[in-house]
Design a binder for this molecule. Sequence first.
Ligand SMILES: NC(=O)c1ccc[n+]([C@@H]2O[C@H](COP(=O)([O-])OP(=O)(O)OC[C@H]3O[C@@H](n4cnc5c(N)ncnc54)[C@H](O)[C@@H]3O)[C@@H](O)[C@H]2O)c1
Ligand SMILES: N[C@@H](CCO)C(=O)O
Ligand code: NA
Length: 434
Amino acid sequence: MSEKKTIGIAVLGMGNVGAEVVRIIEENAADLRARVGAPVELRGVAVRDLSRPRKIAQELITDDPAGLVARDDVDIVVELMGGIDPARELIRTALESGKSVVTANKALLAEYTGELATAAAQAKVDLYFEAAVAGAIPVVRPLMQSLAGDTVERVAGIVNGTTNFILSAMAETGAAYDETLAEAGRLGYAEADPTADVEGYDAAAKAAILASIAFHTRVTAADVYREGITHVTPDDLAAARKFDCTVKLLSICERVRGDDGSQRVSARVYPALIPLSHPLATVNGAFNAVVVEAENAGRLMFYGQGAGGAPTASAVLGDMVMAARNKVHGGRGPLESTYASLPIASIDEVPTRYYVSMRVADKPGVLSQVANEFSKRSVSIAAVRQEGAGDDARLIVVTHRAPDRAQSECVAALEDMDSVTTVSSVLRLEGTDD
Ligand SMILES: NC(=O)c1ccc[n+]([C@@H]2O[C@H](COP(=O)([O-])OP(=O)(O)OC[C@H]3O[C@@H](n4cnc5c(N)ncnc54)[C@H](O)[C@@H]3O)[C@@H](O)[C@H]2O)c1
Ligand SMILES: N[C@@H](CCO)C(=O)O
Ligand code: NA
């Protein structure tokens, strides 16, 4: 059998992930060649700083990513620079000139998948992005391909390692958020600017990508309701424990069905209590996990390393092999599927459960006043606990499911009550059936 044409690879960005991708391409050349059915060769690696020493032949290094993308002997562009610009333009140009693209860039995809997927479809090339959500964990491909014949109802996951590390450490040691964030930085989990992680932007970008695939609807980062973890306190974690729960930053993508048979998509990110018996409660440290619920498959769980150079590179390489096989043997990966075009549900209308902790005056009648604010808004209370006494009296209320707007209106009313000194904590409760 005659050997097929060599598949040329351009890697854009040689940071944590890019350096590992380059290493694996070079170390595994023989296996990759056998798996693809043709040699796979690095044509070049675009970097920002040419003077930095790198473990790669000098002639492969360039600081001209556009020039590298334009080369005739490049068949697949692997984008690992991150950020919107110039990644967006480079990927679009690559696709328009008939090159397949593999990217891990969730921030870009959460805004511009539509534009990029359209360019890929028009040029009949592939756009793959398994590494963009939950790093090494296969979740994009299972949703897009393995579950293509099922109806997904819900995708809920821990998809940010930094915040999961922080919340796990807070739960374990009782340490404060700031202290734990500093520790996450020292261990190399949190970046110098942790905003994207701790404010939930990274998890929201991933939720947008997951919701788009799961519900065949274009969902962008702006459609995702988002709260971060900066306000979570050791008290919250201790109180959660008393309700047999822990606190996790969840990315939730849900098909919300109305009484009239209508359907909407809810995509949301917030720290929430989940029962210790829930499978996501056992996901600790920097690990990620995603639970998918589909009409016929039932509940599926995907667990593993959602970040880090080598694990993320594993997902990138998987995509690269798929794209290379298609180049060699013909065929295409799945196209973007947005046929359902479901409307986006506002957080206000999504049924949620609340956990509200407040400091109150310790005197007769306060509990009934508090309960009255919930009942006025048709929010049913599931549990109440009083802690402390006198000046230190604290009430914790856990509600049943009701539209989020009604729940938040109850909290606003509590904040206005004379007998409530402060509402010290408000978190949602997820992972329960009622
Ligand atoms: N690190 C992870 O665990 C992880 C996991 C999943 C996805 N990702 C995604 O993978 C991508 C890369 O992440 P990373 O952690 O390797 O980031 P990084 O900051 O370590 O690496 C990015 C590299 O790209 C280079 N770069 C940036 N702009 C460039 C330009 N214009 N020209 C040439 N080089 C340029 C930078 O100099 C840097 O070396 C990002 O989109 C990130 O969101 C990372
Ligand atoms: N900053 C991300 C990296 C993976 O996207 C995390 O902490 O999970
Ligand atoms: Na993944």
